[in-house]
Design a protein around this ligand. Structure first.
Ligand SMILES: Nc1ncnc2c1ncn2[C@@H]1O[C@H](COP(=O)(O)OP(=O)(O)OP(=O)(O)O)[C@@H](O)[C@H]1O
Ligand SMILES: [Mg+2]
Length: 280
Protein backbone atom coordinates (compact mmCIF):
# COMPACT_ATOMS: atom_id res chain seq x y z
CA UNK A 1 0.00 0.00 0.00
CA UNK A 2 1.15 3.51 -0.78
CA UNK A 3 2.58 5.48 2.13
CA UNK A 4 0.70 8.57 3.16
CA UNK A 5 3.78 10.36 4.37
CA UNK A 6 7.47 9.72 4.59
CA UNK A 7 10.12 11.95 6.12
CA UNK A 8 13.62 11.04 5.03
CA UNK A 9 16.38 12.49 7.21
CA UNK A 10 15.03 16.03 7.07
CA UNK A 11 16.94 18.99 8.50
CA UNK A 12 15.72 22.53 8.89
CA UNK A 13 17.10 25.65 10.55
CA UNK A 14 15.45 29.08 10.78
CA UNK A 15 18.94 30.61 10.96
CA UNK A 16 21.03 29.23 8.07
CA UNK A 17 23.53 32.07 8.58
CA UNK A 18 24.30 30.89 12.09
CA UNK A 19 25.57 27.31 11.71
CA UNK A 20 26.46 27.10 15.42
CA UNK A 21 22.83 27.36 16.48
CA UNK A 22 21.01 24.04 16.94
CA UNK A 23 18.70 23.12 14.06
CA UNK A 24 14.95 23.25 14.66
CA UNK A 25 14.62 19.82 12.98
CA UNK A 26 17.80 17.80 12.86
CA UNK A 27 17.70 14.59 10.83
CA UNK A 28 14.19 13.22 11.41
CA UNK A 29 12.78 10.21 9.53
CA UNK A 30 9.54 8.30 9.85
CA UNK A 31 6.85 6.77 7.64
CA UNK A 32 3.10 6.73 7.90
CA UNK A 33 0.72 4.12 6.50
CA UNK A 34 -2.86 4.88 5.36
CA UNK A 35 -5.31 5.05 8.25
CA UNK A 36 -2.63 5.42 10.90
CA UNK A 37 -2.81 7.82 13.83
CA UNK A 38 0.61 9.10 14.83
CA UNK A 39 1.06 11.31 17.88
CA UNK A 40 4.10 13.59 17.99
CA UNK A 41 5.07 14.61 21.52
CA UNK A 42 7.98 16.57 22.97
CA UNK A 43 8.86 19.52 25.21
CA UNK A 44 8.53 23.17 24.16
CA UNK A 45 10.78 24.05 21.26
CA UNK A 46 11.60 20.42 20.42
CA UNK A 47 10.65 21.01 16.77
CA UNK A 48 7.09 19.67 16.57
CA UNK A 49 5.46 22.64 14.85
CA UNK A 50 8.42 23.03 12.51
CA UNK A 51 7.92 19.38 11.58
CA UNK A 52 4.23 20.09 10.86
CA UNK A 53 5.15 23.10 8.67
CA UNK A 54 7.61 20.92 6.75
CA UNK A 55 4.93 18.27 6.23
CA UNK A 56 2.53 20.70 4.59
CA UNK A 57 5.16 22.60 2.63
CA UNK A 58 4.91 25.89 4.53
CA UNK A 59 8.66 25.31 4.91
CA UNK A 60 11.04 23.21 2.82
CA UNK A 61 13.85 21.22 4.44
CA UNK A 62 17.41 22.34 3.73
CA UNK A 63 18.37 18.65 3.65
CA UNK A 64 16.42 15.44 3.21
CA UNK A 65 13.01 15.01 1.64
CA UNK A 66 9.33 14.98 2.48
CA UNK A 67 7.21 12.51 0.54
CA UNK A 68 3.42 12.88 0.43
CA UNK A 69 1.08 10.30 -1.10
CA UNK A 70 3.97 8.72 -2.97
CA UNK A 71 5.72 11.82 -4.39
CA UNK A 72 8.51 14.02 -3.10
CA UNK A 73 7.02 17.37 -2.10
CA UNK A 74 8.18 20.15 -4.45
CA UNK A 75 7.24 23.76 -5.19
CA UNK A 76 5.45 22.40 -8.29
CA UNK A 77 3.17 19.81 -6.67
CA UNK A 78 2.72 21.72 -3.41
CA UNK A 79 -0.83 22.95 -4.08
CA UNK A 80 -2.02 19.62 -5.36
CA UNK A 81 -0.62 17.86 -2.27
CA UNK A 82 -1.90 20.49 0.11
CA UNK A 83 -5.42 20.15 -1.29
CA UNK A 84 -5.37 16.59 0.06
CA UNK A 85 -4.46 17.67 3.60
CA UNK A 86 -6.29 19.38 6.40
CA UNK A 87 -4.55 21.24 9.19
CA UNK A 88 -5.88 22.55 12.49
CA UNK A 89 -3.85 24.72 14.85
CA UNK A 90 -3.89 25.51 18.52
CA UNK A 91 -6.00 28.63 18.76
CA UNK A 92 -9.41 28.35 17.08
CA UNK A 93 -10.06 32.11 17.33
CA UNK A 94 -7.27 32.87 14.88
CA UNK A 95 -8.68 30.49 12.31
CA UNK A 96 -12.17 31.90 11.70
CA UNK A 97 -12.84 33.94 8.60
CA UNK A 98 -16.60 33.50 8.10
CA UNK A 99 -19.42 35.43 9.82
CA UNK A 100 -21.35 32.22 10.40
CA UNK A 101 -20.32 28.64 11.04
CA UNK A 102 -21.37 27.52 7.56
CA UNK A 103 -19.64 30.44 5.81
CA UNK A 104 -16.53 29.62 7.67
CA UNK A 105 -16.49 25.97 6.65
CA UNK A 106 -17.35 26.97 3.06
CA UNK A 107 -14.44 29.41 2.81
CA UNK A 108 -11.67 26.96 1.95
CA UNK A 109 -13.97 25.15 -0.49
CA UNK A 110 -14.73 28.38 -2.29
CA UNK A 111 -11.02 29.08 -2.54
CA UNK A 112 -10.55 25.65 -4.06
CA UNK A 113 -13.17 26.42 -6.71
CA UNK A 114 -15.76 23.88 -5.54
CA UNK A 115 -19.14 24.63 -7.22
CA UNK A 116 -21.90 26.05 -5.00
CA UNK A 117 -24.19 22.98 -4.98
CA UNK A 118 -21.35 20.67 -4.06
CA UNK A 119 -20.16 23.16 -1.47
CA UNK A 120 -23.51 23.16 0.35
CA UNK A 121 -23.48 19.37 0.52
CA UNK A 122 -19.92 19.21 1.81
CA UNK A 123 -20.41 21.93 4.43
CA UNK A 124 -23.40 20.11 5.91
CA UNK A 125 -21.65 16.78 5.77
CA UNK A 126 -18.49 18.08 7.48
CA UNK A 127 -20.46 19.86 10.19
CA UNK A 128 -22.50 16.69 10.69
CA UNK A 129 -19.31 14.70 11.13
CA UNK A 130 -18.26 16.90 14.04
CA UNK A 131 -21.85 17.08 15.38
CA UNK A 132 -22.15 20.80 14.71
CA UNK A 133 -24.85 20.69 12.00
CA UNK A 134 -27.29 22.37 14.39
CA UNK A 135 -25.12 25.51 14.35
CA UNK A 136 -25.05 26.48 10.65
CA UNK A 137 -26.04 30.12 11.18
CA UNK A 138 -24.34 30.69 14.53
CA UNK A 139 -21.51 33.17 14.87
CA UNK A 140 -18.26 31.30 15.49
CA UNK A 141 -17.08 33.67 18.22
CA UNK A 142 -20.05 32.78 20.42
CA UNK A 143 -19.29 29.06 20.52
CA UNK A 144 -17.49 27.21 23.32
CA UNK A 145 -13.82 26.29 22.85
CA UNK A 146 -14.63 22.66 22.02
CA UNK A 147 -17.33 23.71 19.54
CA UNK A 148 -14.99 26.21 17.86
CA UNK A 149 -12.31 23.60 17.44
CA UNK A 150 -14.85 21.15 16.02
CA UNK A 151 -15.87 23.79 13.45
CA UNK A 152 -12.20 24.31 12.59
CA UNK A 153 -11.91 20.55 12.08
CA UNK A 154 -15.05 20.59 9.91
CA UNK A 155 -13.33 23.25 7.77
CA UNK A 156 -10.43 20.88 7.27
CA UNK A 157 -12.69 17.85 6.70
CA UNK A 158 -14.86 19.59 4.10
CA UNK A 159 -11.81 19.44 1.84
CA UNK A 160 -12.02 15.64 2.19
CA UNK A 161 -8.37 15.30 3.11
CA UNK A 162 -6.43 12.05 3.15
CA UNK A 163 -4.28 13.35 5.96
CA UNK A 164 -5.32 15.49 8.91
CA UNK A 165 -2.63 17.28 10.90
CA UNK A 166 -3.54 18.67 14.31
CA UNK A 167 -0.97 20.93 15.97
CA UNK A 168 -1.97 21.22 19.64
CA UNK A 169 -5.56 21.41 18.41
CA UNK A 170 -6.95 20.38 21.79
CA UNK A 171 -4.54 22.17 24.10
CA UNK A 172 -6.73 25.24 24.72
CA UNK A 173 -9.76 23.13 25.53
CA UNK A 174 -11.15 21.99 28.87
CA UNK A 175 -11.21 18.21 29.45
CA UNK A 176 -14.74 17.93 28.09
CA UNK A 177 -13.97 19.93 24.92
CA UNK A 178 -10.84 17.89 24.44
CA UNK A 179 -12.74 14.64 24.76
CA UNK A 180 -15.41 15.83 22.28
CA UNK A 181 -12.79 16.63 19.66
CA UNK A 182 -10.87 13.41 20.14
CA UNK A 183 -14.01 11.26 20.02
CA UNK A 184 -15.04 12.88 16.74
CA UNK A 185 -11.65 12.20 15.17
CA UNK A 186 -11.56 8.60 16.38
CA UNK A 187 -15.01 7.99 14.87
CA UNK A 188 -14.03 9.59 11.59
CA UNK A 189 -10.94 7.54 11.33
CA UNK A 190 -12.97 4.41 11.94
CA UNK A 191 -15.52 5.38 9.26
CA UNK A 192 -13.35 6.90 6.55
CA UNK A 193 -9.83 5.56 7.08
CA UNK A 194 -8.50 9.09 7.56
CA UNK A 195 -4.81 9.29 8.54
CA UNK A 196 -4.07 11.57 11.48
CA UNK A 197 -0.96 13.25 12.86
CA UNK A 198 -1.64 14.83 16.22
CA UNK A 199 0.99 16.99 17.81
CA UNK A 200 0.28 17.18 21.50
CA UNK A 201 1.62 17.89 24.96
CA UNK A 202 -1.02 15.59 26.33
CA UNK A 203 0.34 12.10 26.78
CA UNK A 204 -3.14 10.81 27.66
CA UNK A 205 -4.16 11.82 24.15
CA UNK A 206 -1.02 10.27 22.70
CA UNK A 207 -2.03 6.95 24.30
CA UNK A 208 -4.85 6.68 21.76
CA UNK A 209 -2.45 6.79 18.81
CA UNK A 210 -1.19 3.75 16.91
CA UNK A 211 2.32 5.10 17.17
CA UNK A 212 4.10 7.84 19.08
CA UNK A 213 7.09 9.85 17.88
CA UNK A 214 8.93 11.58 20.73
CA UNK A 215 10.88 14.70 19.74
CA UNK A 216 13.76 16.16 21.74
CA UNK A 217 15.86 19.14 20.61
CA UNK A 218 14.96 18.75 16.97
CA UNK A 219 15.72 15.03 16.90
CA UNK A 220 13.56 11.96 17.06
CA UNK A 221 14.18 10.64 20.55
CA UNK A 222 11.95 7.57 20.38
CA UNK A 223 9.29 5.96 18.21
CA UNK A 224 6.95 3.07 18.87
CA UNK A 225 3.54 1.96 20.06
CA UNK A 226 2.32 3.75 23.21
CA UNK A 227 3.21 0.61 25.19
CA UNK A 228 6.77 0.56 23.81
CA UNK A 229 7.31 4.28 24.29
CA UNK A 230 5.92 4.44 27.82
CA UNK A 231 7.93 1.40 28.86
CA UNK A 232 10.79 3.90 29.25
CA UNK A 233 8.74 6.21 31.45
CA UNK A 234 11.72 7.60 33.35
CA UNK A 235 13.41 8.78 30.17
CA UNK A 236 10.26 10.62 29.16
CA UNK A 237 9.97 12.26 32.57
CA UNK A 238 13.59 13.38 32.19
CA UNK A 239 12.57 15.13 28.95
CA UNK A 240 9.96 17.07 30.89
CA UNK A 241 6.92 15.10 29.72
CA UNK A 242 4.08 14.20 32.08
CA UNK A 243 3.32 10.50 32.04
CA UNK A 244 -0.31 9.35 31.79
CA UNK A 245 -2.08 9.43 35.16
CA UNK A 246 -2.76 5.68 35.43
CA UNK A 247 0.85 4.85 34.64
CA UNK A 248 2.14 7.33 37.24
CA UNK A 249 -0.23 6.14 39.91
CA UNK A 250 0.31 2.44 39.25
CA UNK A 251 4.09 2.78 39.43
CA UNK A 252 3.85 4.89 42.61
CA UNK A 253 1.62 2.24 44.19
CA UNK A 254 4.09 -0.47 43.19
CA UNK A 255 6.89 1.49 44.83
CA UNK A 256 4.74 1.48 47.98
CA UNK A 257 4.53 -2.31 47.82
CA UNK A 258 1.01 -2.65 46.41
CA UNK A 259 0.98 -5.66 44.09
CA UNK A 260 -0.68 -4.39 40.94
CA UNK A 261 0.31 -4.41 37.31
CA UNK A 262 1.74 -1.32 35.76
CA UNK A 263 -0.94 -0.05 33.39
CA UNK A 264 -1.70 2.93 31.16
CA UNK A 265 -5.46 2.63 31.28
CA UNK A 266 -7.47 4.05 34.18
CA UNK A 267 -10.06 1.31 33.79
CA UNK A 268 -7.42 -1.41 34.09
CA UNK A 269 -5.90 0.38 37.06
CA UNK A 270 -9.25 0.32 38.89
CA UNK A 271 -9.77 -3.37 38.04
CA UNK A 272 -6.27 -4.18 39.16
CA UNK A 273 -6.78 -2.34 42.45
CA UNK A 274 -9.97 -4.32 43.13
CA UNK A 275 -8.24 -7.61 42.46
CA UNK A 276 -5.24 -6.70 44.56
CA UNK A 277 -7.59 -5.72 47.41
CA UNK A 278 -9.58 -8.95 47.17
CA UNK A 279 -6.41 -11.03 47.12
CA UNK A 280 -4.55 -9.02 49.68
N1 LIG B 1 9.54 31.42 13.07
C1 LIG B 1 10.66 31.08 13.73
N2 LIG B 1 11.79 31.77 13.60
C2 LIG B 1 12.93 31.42 14.25
N3 LIG B 1 13.02 30.36 15.07
C3 LIG B 1 11.92 29.62 15.26
C4 LIG B 1 10.67 29.94 14.61
N4 LIG B 1 9.75 29.03 14.99
C5 LIG B 1 10.38 28.19 15.83
N5 LIG B 1 11.67 28.52 16.01
C6 LIG B 1 12.67 27.82 16.82
O1 LIG B 1 12.77 26.48 16.32
C7 LIG B 1 12.84 25.54 17.38
C8 LIG B 1 11.70 24.55 17.27
O2 LIG B 1 10.47 25.25 17.47
P1 LIG B 1 9.04 24.62 17.25
O3 LIG B 1 8.06 25.73 17.30
O4 LIG B 1 9.07 23.76 16.05
O5 LIG B 1 8.90 23.71 18.53
P2 LIG B 1 7.59 23.03 19.18
O6 LIG B 1 8.03 21.67 19.57
O7 LIG B 1 6.44 23.18 18.28
O8 LIG B 1 7.37 23.90 20.49
P3 LIG B 1 6.02 24.19 21.29
O9 LIG B 1 5.77 22.98 22.13
O10 LIG B 1 6.37 25.37 22.13
O11 LIG B 1 4.93 24.48 20.31
C9 LIG B 1 12.83 26.35 18.67
O12 LIG B 1 14.14 26.54 19.08
C10 LIG B 1 12.20 27.65 18.26
O13 LIG B 1 12.70 28.72 19.05
MG1 LIG C 1 4.53 24.04 18.48
Amino acid sequence: MQRILSLDDIRFTYTPDEPDKPMAVDGVSFDMQPGEWIAVVGHNGSGKSTLARLMIGLLFPQEGKVELFGDTLTEENLWDKRSQMGMVFQNPDNQFVGATVQDDVAFALENNGIPFEEMTVRVREALGQVKMDGFLDHEPQHLSGGQKQRVAIAGALALRPRLLILDEATSMLDPQGREEVIRVILELREKTGLSVISITHDLEEALLADRIVVMNRGRKFAEGTPREVFANGNELTALGLDLPFALRLSSLLREQGVTINETMSERKLVESLWTSRLNG
